[in-house]
Design a protein around this ligand. Sequence first.
Ligand code: ALA
Length: 875
Amino acid sequence: VVASAPLVPRGDPTLLFTSAGMVPFKRYYVSDDPPMRRAVSIQRCLRLSDLDEVGHTPYHATFFEMLGNFSFGDYFKKEAIEWGWDFLTEVVGLPKENLWISVYKDDEAAAEIWRKHIGVPAEKVVPLGEADNFWGPAGDSGPCGPCSEIHFDMGPERGCGRPECAPGCDCDRFFEVWNLVFPQFLQHEDGTREPLRRPGIDTGMGFERLCTITQGASTIFETDVLAPIVGAVLSEVEAATGERPEGLGTEVAVIVDHARAATFAIAENILPSNEARGYVIRRLLRRAVRRGLTLGIDGPFVYRIAGSVVETMGADHPHLVPKREHIALVIKAEEDRFRETLSAGTASLEEIAQDLKAKGETIISGELAFRLYDTYGFPVDLTQEMAAEKGLSVDLTGFEAEMAKQRERGRQTSIFVGRAAGGRAWREAAGTRHGPCVFVGYEIFPERGSDVELAGGGLLAEPVEATVTRAREAAAEGQVEVSLSRTPFYAEAGGQVADTGSIEWYAGAADVRNVYREDDEIVHVLHSSGGTYPEPGTAVRARVDLARRRRIEKNHTATHLLQAALRRVLGEHVHQSGSWVGPDRLRFDFTHFAELSDDEVAAVEDIVNAYVRSDYIVEATLMKLEEAVERGAMALFEEKYAEDVRVVSILSADGTDVSVELCGGTHVARTGEIGAFAIVSEGSVAAGVRRIEAVTGADATARAREHVRLVGELSALLRTTGGELVDRARELVEENSRLRKELTRERLKSAGEAMDAVAAAAKEVVGVKVAAARTDAPDIQSLREQADRLREKLGSGAGVLGAEIGGSGVLVAVVTDDLAKSGRLRAGDLVRQVAAAMGGRGGGKPHLAQGGGDAAKLAEALASVPAVVERLLTG
Ligand code: ALA
C-alpha cells in the first residue's frame, strides 16, 4: 500500500502534474529490479486534458482521487480482470446486471477472459478503438497499452434512448468507473513504441465516480465528497444576488472543481505564477472568478470556497488543514489582482470588438492581442475566451510572432555562449568576460551567536556582494541557474550537502535551492515564486542560510572526530569508505569486519564527546600533498589531488594532532561548538563495511529530551518509576498474552453455547432451517466468529446475526456449504436484502457475507430474515 505522491511528479520533467495513479511508478514498468512488484494506492491527481469537459459531463474533474492496483512484471490481465470484477461486485456490491465492459478492438484475449472466465454476456463486452481503449502514456513518453473499462449502466432513461446505445456512446447512460490498463509498450518521446519486456498492470478508478454510483447520485458533484462545496458556491451566489440557483449549473461545477484543484495545488506550494505549473493554477483561478461573475458574484469569493474544500476534505487530507489560512491568502491576492486586470482590459476589448463589428470582421489581430497583453497584462487565452463569447477569434500565430519580437528585443543585451547538457545555453552579459566563480564561504560568517543556534534554520548570513556572470534555464522547469563572480554558497562535495539561502537584487529575490559543481564552475539553482530572475551583469547580494550551515559544520567536524575515535577503539584498519553530512545528521561508512558491541559504541561516543568538551582548535591549511601525508592525513588513493591540498586538522591543547584529513568542507572553529554527539544507529552496508549515523548539537539534545519524555510518559502510564519500567512492561506483556488466550477460549465457549440456543430456535422455511438473532458481539471479528459457529451448529441452513457495533447496525449472514455451493441460497444476496431493511447495503462470499445499516432498525431487519429467505428460495 503506497501513500499518495505529491501533485508535482518527482524527477519527471516530461509531466507538469501527477495525472494518474501510475505516474509515481512510471519507472518501475521498465526496471529489471523494481523496488516492489505490486502496489495499490489512492493517488491525488491533477489532469488538465479534461479541462473543457468539466461541468459538461457528469464525471469529469481536473482534480480527483484515483484508486488503483499495479503490477510491475508480476500478475497480468486475468488476475486484474478477476480482481476488478470481484471488488466491484462482491466488496462494493454493485449489481452485476448493471456492469458493462469495453475492450480494445484487437484485444481478443481480454474479451475472452470477460466472457468465458468471468461470465459476462457477450453483448455486454463491447470492442472499441484506440481513442477509447488504448491508454497512455502519461506525458510524452512512458508505459502504455490497450485497456478495458468497466462501465455502470445508469439506466436507459439517462441516455439517448437508441436501442444500440452501449459504452462508447456519447450520451450519459454508461458511466465509466474503472479503467484496467495492460501496459505492453514503452512509448518514446518521438512517438515510437517498443514492447515492454515484462508487461504490467495499471488500473485507475475515480473515487468520486465510484461514490456517484454507490450513493445513487447522478453526477460527481452530488456525492458527499463534493456536495458541501457545491453548497458553499450556491450560498455565495445567494448572498450576492439574493437568489439561490436551483440545481447545479455548469458554472457552479467549474467553480467547485477549480477551487478544489487550486486548494490542493497551493497546499503543495504550487503558487499562481507565469511559469508552467503556476500558470495552470492561475488559469484555473481565473476561470473560477469569471464563472463567478457570470453568476453575479462581484467580490472575491473563491478563497472562501477553498475554506469549504479544506473543511470537507481536511479530515482525509490533513496536510491541508495547517495551510488553510495560507491558501486563502494566496487565492484572495490572486483574485484581487485578476479583477484589476479584468476591468481595465475588458473595456479595451469591448472597443476592439465594436470596431471589428463595424468593419464586418471577426478576427482579432495578433498585434491587438499583444497590446492587450502588454498594456493590461491580459493573457492571450483569456482574450481568446472572451472573444469567443462575442463570436470572435484571435490570430494566435500573429500573437506568437509579436511575443517573439519582444523576446528578441529583451535579449539584445545578452548573447548566448556555449551549450550545456540538454541544449540549455549559458547567456553572458555583452561586453563582460566570465571567469571562474570563487568560493568565499569558509570564513565569512564571524558571528556565532545563540540566535543562530536557536533559529535552527532560515536565519540568513550577512550578504556577500557579487555579480551574476552567466545564466541559463535550469533542468527543472521554471527555474534558472546562474554563476556568480564569487559565492558564499558551498557546492555539494565530499559528502557535505550544498548550502541553501537566497540572492537579492534591485528588482527581486530568489531562493537558492541547490549549488553544484560542473567542471570548474559553481552553479546556483534559483527558484523565484514571482518568476523573475536576475540577468547576467546584475549586481546581487548572496546570503547563505546561516543557521543551517552551522548545523552542517557541526556534523562535518564531528565526522572527523568520529573517524579518529573509531581508530582508537577498533584499530588502525578503520578507513572511511563514504560519508554524508547534512544539517540534521551525519552518516559515516568505514571498513571493519564485525558488528560493534554496545560497549564499543559507547566507548566511541564517549571519546567523541570528550573531544568535543575539550574544545580543540580546528584548523584548515593549504599544503603540498607529501607534507600532508607526512602529517598523517589519509589520502584516498582513488582520488586525484591538485598540487596544493587543503588539510583540516584538529589539535589538542599540547599541539598534538587528534585528526588530520584532506577535506574541502566547512567546519566549526573549535570542537566545543558541536555541543553534544550521539550515535543513532550502527549497522552493516556491505561485506566489511559498517555504517554509523549520528546527530550533534541541538539535535542530540532534542533526541535525549525526547527519550526522557518517552520514559516519563511510559512510567506514568504504567504507574512505576524509571528503574522498574522494563520489569513492569515485561510483566504486562506476559499477562496480556495469557489473558488473550483465556479470553479466546472463553469466547469460543460462550459463543458456542449462545449459538446452540440460536440454532435451536431456528425456523423451517421452505424446508430450510433459518436462524436469526441479535448478539452483543463487541466487534466485527467476534460477530463473524459467532456466525461461523452458528453455521456449524445449523448443519444445514442459513442464519443472520446482528449487533450494534460502534453506533451502527452490523449484520453477518452465513449459509451452509450444501446450500451455498448448489447456488440455492447465497449469503451475499441474503445480507444485501436484510440490510436493505435497515437502509443499508452489504455483500460478500456465498457462505459468509457482511452488511450494515441503521442500528435502530436492527430488530426489524432481523425479523425479516425468514421472509427474505423464503423470497430468495422461491423467487
Ligand atoms: N492510468 C489509467 C488511467 O489513468 C488507469 O486511466
